[in-house]
Design a protein. Structure first.
Length: 191
């Protein structure tokens, strides 16, 4: 199955379905190159929270996550204390998973170390794993869950101390952050 024509007459990737939030996300964000330490930290964090869940669950709570995690400002997230962790565990705007909350705080601290002497270092590191070439998928069956690049990114991030950065999660980040373009053939967003 390749692109699917929606009720609005526009051909999109099949996963976009008909949910208005998914359609907006597909059309405006997914697969567009994302740069900057803070935007990529937010993406890394949200992808980590998504592990084991559907992306729409995270997408519908994204504004709650942004509020709860101070706009994913590295310094403010790194400064979250144990009392705030307990408050986050009661915050219904987010996924209340202690391990993921603690990982987000820990990941902010690692990102601060990484970028302390070089603003853009997280961006540069993550984008260094973008493949030089990529074959456009003709349908969802052509889209891998893991690639050598996402495995290498995962390994490099883990070596630095990042958590919830498995190869599947990193491939999802690569797709959503535009490091690979997995819009299927026939989708209006396929470049």
């Amino acid at each position: 199955m390749s692109a699917v024509v929606g009720a609005d007459g526009i051909a999109r990737c099949p996963w976009a379905g008909s949910d208005p939030e998914y359609l907006r996300y597909h059309d405006e964000e997914w697969g567009r190159p994302l740069h900057g330490d803070q935007p990529l930290f937010e993406k890394l964090s949200l992808e980590g929270f998504q592990a084991g869940l559907s992306w729409i669950t995270i997408l519908r709570r994204r504004e709650g996550f942004r509020a709860a995690f101070h706009g994913f400002d590295l310094q403010r997230v790194a400064a979250i204390d144990d009392d705030e962790v307990e408050a986050l565990m009661l915050d219904t705007r987010i996924i209340r998973n202690r391990a993921k909350i603690l990982a987000t705080r820990s990941n902010a601290r690692v990102a601060i170390e990484l970028t302390a002497n070089a603003t853009g270092a997280l961006d540069e590191l993550m984008w260094s794993f973008a493949p030089a070439t990529h074959v456009r998928p003709t349908g969802p069956g052509d889209i891998p869950a893991v690639t050598p690049e996402s495995t290498a990114m995962s390994k490099a991030l883990r070596a630095l101390g990042f958590k919830f950065v498995g190869p599947t999660t990193m491939y999802a980040l690569m797709q959503s952050g535009g490091m690979v373009d997995d819009h299927v053939a026939g989708c209006w967003r396929a470049s």
